[in-house]
Design a protein around this ligand. Structure first.
Ligand code: FES
Length: 153
C-alpha cells in the first residue's frame, strides 16, 4: 500500500483548484461574449392586428424596443426607440404629439421624421410583416430614418 506524501497531495490539490478556476473563468468569458438578443429583445416580435393599433399617439412595444404608429389608418410603422444621434431611448411625448430625446433635445414627428436637434436623420424603422393577421416586427431589419427635410411617408 502506497502512502501519498503531504507534498504531492498539496501539489495535486493546487492543480485541481487552478483547473477549476480556469474553467470558471472560461465559462464566464464565453457568457459575456455571447449575444444577448434573447434577453428581452427578440429578432421577431409578434404584436397585434393592424386595425388594433391606436389612431392617436403611439403604441410602445418594449420587446422590440420600439413603437407602432398608425399613419392615417392606412399604414403602420414600426419605429426603433433608439435615437439616431447617440443612442438614447426616445420617448413619445403625448402633450406635444412627437418624440423628444431627453439627452440632447432631438425631436421627431409622430411618424419619426426629423424636426430639430443634433440627430443626423429621422428615427430608424423596423421591417414589418403581417403573419396570420398579426403585425410581426423584424428587429434585425432596420431602415435608417430619412434625412432632415424629407419625410418617410
Ligand atoms: S442621443 Fe438623442 S439627441 Fe443625442
Amino acid at each position: 500500500m502506497s502512502e501519498i506524501s503531504r507534498r504531492s497531495f498539496l501539489s495535486a490539490a493546487w492543480k485541481v483548484g487552478f483547473g477549476l478556476m480556469a474553467a470558471a473563468g472560461a465559462v464566464t468569458t464565453l457568457g459575456l461574449l455571447k449575444p444577448q438578443l434573447a434577453a428581452g429583445f427578440a429578432a421577431i416580435v409578434r404584436t397585434i392586428a393592424p386595425n388594433e393599433v391606436p389612431e392617436a399617439g403611439v403604441l410602445e412595444v418594449p420587446e422590440a424596443r420600439g413603437y407602432l404608429v398608425n399613419v392615417d389608418g392606412e399604414e403602420v410603422l414600426a419605429l426603433s426607440e433608439t435615437c439616431p444621434h447617440l443612442g438614447c431611448r426616445v420617448p413619445f411625448i403625448d402633450e406635444n404629439n412627437r418624440f423628444e430625446c431627453p439627452c440632447h433635445g432631438s425631436k421627431f414627428t409622430r411618424e419619426g421624421d426629423y424636426v430639430e436637434g443634433p440627430a443626423p436623420r429621422g428615427m430608424d424603422a423596423y421591417a414589418t410583416e403581417i403573419v396570420d393577421g398579426v403585425i410581426e416586427i423584424h428587429t434585425t431589419e432596420v431602415t435608417p430614418g430619412p434625412p432632415p427635410g424629407t419625410e418617410r411617408t
